[in-house]
Structure formats: structure tokens, C-alpha cells
Design a protein around this ligand. Structure first.
Ligand code: PEP
Length: 255
């Protein structure tokens, strides 16, 4: 991380975990553990039905509660979806878009990721945009091409001004929920490639200001090494964000 140039962000992705009561209990447990750790922003992205309880529990702390997805339309015949306008009306500032599980299981493409990103930004939200290569792509040596293409397509028609509200989460798909982690060198190299693409799209000043997280089995043991890399500005954390002590250790590593 390079705190002189950009904000470090540690974000939990709860996925399909925690009822409202469980979220309340978890936030009450984690709140004192991360209090006063001002060198990073702390966010938990929650299932829609859990957001209100988590927000209530987080009151009086610096913890922010986000969503895990958002639709690109303002309203209409999209059964089961939730719009950015609905989220902002509920006081939700952050949203994950393009998570690999959405791409893998729910048919998300770079095109729909781009539409969702633009809709969330237009509504004034902050986006955590996820991208990353699958195992075969890494084994075939095309990681850089894949993440470059995703960065360009997912951010198509997003302005330099709007980039102030975009966090990118580099998440090698083979590392998510598998216990496999990219080495700090792999994470640094690929986050650096993403920053180079941002430089080509928006210029160096904008690119240097964008927080690029690493995600993929980041935990209390490997966080410090990953976060020590200059282009790794935080983490998007799945499994370890469900255990208060583990999450605290990651936030500590970001101090
Ligand atoms: C994720 O869901 O974004 C993630 C990185 O999960 P995990 O930390 O469990 O690999």
C-alpha cells in the first residue's frame, strides 16, 4: 500500500452469510476490535436483507456497510433485483460489482458489470469493482491480457472524475474461497498491470489515486505480506470477514 497516494480499504464480503441477528452480533463483536484503526477504511458488504441490521449495529463507529450487487436500471420489471436508487435511499454508499461468483453462477459479463458500475456511480455510490483471471488463464500466461481487457471493458465510459468513487479489487478466481493465495509478487505484478491500464485510460494522476485491493483467501496470516506491496492498497475478504478476530488481524496488518 502507498498511503501517501491513496486510501487503504479493508472490505469484507459476507456473501450469502449472516441473518440480521447474526450480523448484529458480529458487528457488535468486531466494532471494538477495529475501533481507532484510522489508517484504513473498514467496510462490510452484506446481503440485502441484512444491511439495515448491520447499519444499526455499526452506528457510532467508522464501519461502513455496503451491498454485494446492484442492478443497472432505476426501477422496473427486474424481479429479484435492487437498484442503486433503492440502496442510496437506505443509506448504502458502497457496492461490490462483478464478483467472480456473480460472473460464474449468475451470468454476469463485462457488459453487465459495466452497466451496473455506471448506474451505481451515476447514483452517487462508491463501487468495489472485482476482476481477475481464472486458473487456466494464469497457467497459460495470459493473466495480464485478461485483467487489462476486463479493466477496459468494465470501466468503459466511466469518467476520470467518477474514478474517485471506484475501488478495484483484483481477485484471481482460483484463489477465491480455495485457501490458495496469490504470492505477494503475483498480487503486486497484477495490481501494477491494472494501474498501468488505468494510467493509459485516465493519466498517471488519476491512476495513482485509485485504491486497488487484493482478494483471494487473504487472511490473518498472509495479509501483512500482501499489504506491504506498493500497489496492493487493501483487501476484499470473504471467509476471514466472518470471524471477528481474523478480520481484526487483517485490519491491524493494514495499520
Ligand atoms: C471474496 O469473496 O471476494 C473472497 C476473496 O473470498 P475469500 O477471501 O474467501 O477467498
Amino acid at each position: 500500500m502507498n498511503p501517501s497516494k491513496r486510501r487503504t480499504v479493508i472490505a469484507g464480503n459476507w456473501k450469502m452469510n449472516f441473518t440480521p441477528a447474526e450480523a448484529t452480533a458480529f458487528i457488535n463483536e468486531v466494532k471494538p476490535l477495529v475501533a481507532g484503526k484510522n489508517n484504513c477504511d473498514v467496510i462490510f458488504c452484506a446481503p440485502y436483507v441484512t444491511i439495515a441490521a448491520a447499519q444499526e449495529a455499526a452506528k457510532g463507529s467508522d464501519i461502513k456497510i455496503g451491498a454485494e450487487n446492484v442492478h443497472f436500471a432505476e426501477k422496473g420489471a427486474y424481479t429479484g433485483e435492487v437498484s442503486a436508487q433503492m440502496l442510496t435511499a437506505c443509506g448504502v454508499e458502497y457496492v461490490i460489482i462483478g464478483h467472480s461468483e456473480r460472473r460464474q453462477y449468475f451470468g454476469e459479463t463485462d457488459e453487465t458489470v459495466n452497466l451496473r458500475t455506471k448506474a451505481a456511480l451515476a447514483a452517487g455510490m462508491k463501487v468495489i469493482l472485482c476482476l481477475g483471471e481464472v486458473k487456466d488463464e494464469r497457467l497459460n500466461g495470459i493473466t495480464n491480457e485478461v485483467v487489462s481487457m476486463q479493466t477496459k471493458l468494465d470501466l468503459k465510459d466511466v469518467s476520470a472524475e467518477q474514478m474517485k468513487n471506484v475501488i478495484i479489487a483484483y481477485e484471481p478466481v482460483w484463489a477465491i474461497g480455495t485457501g490458495l493465495t496469490a504470492t505477494p509478487e503475483q498480487a503486486e505484478e497484477t495490481c501494477g498491470v491494472i494501474r498501468d491500464v488505468l494510467t493509459s485510460m485516465y493519466g498517471a494522476e488519476v491512476a495513482e489515486g485509485v485504491t486497488i485491493q487484493y482478494g483471494g483467501s487473504m487472511n490473518e496470516k498472509n495479509a501483512a505480506e500482501l499489504l506491504a506491496k506498493p500497489n496492493v492498497d487493501g483487501g476484499l475478504i470473504g471467509g476471514a470477514s466472518l470471524v471477528a478476530e481474523k478480520f481484526k488481524a487483517i485490519v491491524d496488518a493494514a495499520q
